[in-house]
Design a protein around this ligand. Structure first.
Ligand code: ADP
Ligand code: MG
Length: 337
């Protein structure tokens, strides 16, 4: 049976300050779940709560039906069967790689050798942490956590101290390892790219609340509120200025819709593939332009409205150009503020 970690209405506070509010999350042992959110949103506190390093003020945490936290119950961290990996690796500096991995005493010599091979650490067994690179140190930290045979691995911004060139091959490799070993992983990042690459499901955290938790494609196509759409910066949200039966008015003009949009939905969400953009004499003028890894971001404005448009790299326009922006006919996705 696959492992199941369940957070039910978990709240947490530092002194008087509420940091997590009614967090509901279900995580299964064969998936990688990412908690994605800006700095200060409470990501580390979620992991510390699951690991038992941070008391919760209300709610319940269960692992495979066993209560880890509830009113009057707080299982100590070492009895939870959960491994925690920090961004700074936290290896024992005076222990060689092999002894760091074997530290728990729960893996025998052949299991430690298997972990060394699995994480690609052969040849480094006798080195001390300061004699290997950051990426290698993170591999050792993961091997050490896996030696405890935890039901889940929790990783707090595990790649943030690793340079770009090392990071992506490492993420790809870890993805395959976690898949093959069927280890449940909860990892935390503020990087949208890392979240969308590594995770089966992504929970968007903002000010201590989960705004949406779904597979990456749904977040991308169907953000359920304005904060998610804006945080992910994947498309454009246009306010619905007025509506009739099958027509919406937005700053881009009229939009025909094939389905009625709920009354409480105030915006339509459009991805850049759903727009046609062409140079024109009338429309939105480019005020600023910024190159991104995946496209070009423009700040555009007409007499009444300004917005940010992210277009593909081949849609390269100069600052000052006026663009006519039209929505291609499609079934729009609407959302609430
Ligand atoms: P994240 O990991 O998303 O950056 P954290 O979970 O570390 O966020 O922090 C969430 C909030 O809790 C922040 O406002 C932070 O200032 C506060 N916080 C974190 N740790 C402590 C602490 N030990 N004492 C008091 N406040 C804290
Ligand atoms: Mg943090």
């Amino acid at each position: 049976m696959k492992s199941h970690l369940s957070l039910q209405k978990v709240s947490s506070a530092y002194r008087q300050q509420q940091v997590l509010q009614d967090i509901d999350l279900d995580i299964f042992g064969d998936e990688i779940l990412c908690v994605l959110g800006p700095s200060g949103s409470g990501k580390s506190t979620v992991l510390k709560s699951i690991a038992g390093l941070q008391p919760i003020s209300s709610g319940r945490i269960e692992l495979n039906g066993t209560v880890l936290n509830d009113v009057g119950v707080h299982q100590p961290p070492q009895q939870r069967g959960i491994g925690l990996i920090f961004q700074d690796y936290a290896l024992f500096p005076h222990l060689r790689v092999v002894d760091n991995i074997a530290f728990s005493g729960q893996a025998n010599a052949s299991e430690v050798a298997k972990l060394i091979e699995l994480l690609g650490l052969q040849g480094l067994e006798q080195r001390f942490p300061h004699e290997i690179s950051g990426g290698q140190q993170q591999r050792v930290a993961i091997a050490r956590a896996m030696a405890y045979q935890p039901a889940f691995l929790l990783m707090d911004e595990p790649f943030s101290n690793i340079d770009q060139q090392t990071r992506w091959p490492l993420i790809r490799e870890l993805h395959d390892i976690f898949r093959a070993q069927k280890i449940g992983v909860v990892f935390v990042t503020h990087s949208i790219d890392e979240a969308f690459y590594l995770a089966d499901r992504v929970a968007i955290l903002d000010q201590g609340r989960v705004l949406q938790c779904s597979v990456p494609e749904s977040l991308y196509r169907q953000p359920n509120n304005l904060a998610v759409a804006e945080f992910l910066d994947l498309g454009l949200c246009f306010e619905i200025l007025s509506r009739q039966a099958d027509t919406l008015q937005t700053v881009l003009g009229e939009m025909k819709v094939v389905e009625t949009i709920p009354d409480d939905h105030s915006h339509v969400f459009i991805t850049s593939e759903q727009l046609t953009v062409a140079e024109s004499v009338d429309g939105f003028k480019i005020i600023q332009k910024q190159r991104l890894a995946h496209g070009i971001s423009y700040h555009v404005s007409n007499h009444q409205h300004s917005m940010r448009l992210t277009l593909a790299v081949d849609q390269d326009f100069a600052v000052g150009t006026v663009l006519n922006v039209q929505i291609k006919p499609h079934k729009p996705w609407s959302l609430s503020a």
